[in-house]
Design a protein. Structure first.
Length: 162
């Protein structure tokens, strides 16, 4: 039994070493400033700071890959979160969203932030600046809602004109 455990342990270590040769791509897609949420809506410095700290790493083309993304399989898990995050909401491609879709994304932002579902707790463990306090949650939610109010009115006007 001891020999089996020793062999299994050595095999696991060898496998982990070999896996390190298969790193994830840490390149971000090109940024197009005209499409970016912050460039379009020009939020206050405080809202911008919150967005950059709590949202942009997973929901934009401005991901900063930390040192621990050099360790497989953790890096694949993180990369998967980033890919899924960008698919769900991408602040770097905000201008490509139709008005109705953008309004819905803002509604989801309010919901996820207010219910403390975003940012993910697994993210805030290593990114303490992304932990939102009650004041920041209210500020971000109010900001997203203020954009929704304008979007909702515009959507209504567009529907009335059709």
């Amino acid at each position: 039994m001891k020999k089996y455990l020793k062999w299994a342990g050595l095999s696991l270590i060898a496998l982990m070493v070999v896996m390190q040769f298969f790193q994830i791509s840490k390149t971000n897609p090109a940024l197009i400033a005209e499409q970016d949420f912050i460039n379009i809506h020009k939020p206050s410095a405080e809202v911008t700071k919150i967005l950059k700290a709590a949202c942009y790493d997973c929901h934009s083309h401005e991901t900063a890959y930390p040192w621990y993304t050099y360790f497989v399989p953790l890096s694949y898990w993180i990369k998967n979160h980033i890919v899924e995050g960008r698919e769900e909401l991408n602040f770097s491609t905000w201008s490509t969203y139709a008005a109705k879709k953008a309004d819905h994304k803002l509604e989801e932002c309010v919901e996820k932030v207010s219910e403390k579902k975003m940012p993910l707790s697994s993210y805030t463990i290593t990114h303490s600046d992304a932990k939102l306090n009650a004041e920041q949650i209210k500020l971000l939610s109010d900001y997203f809602n203020s954009l929704r109010d304008g979007s909702s009115e515009k959507n209504k006007e567009d529907e009335d004109n059709d």
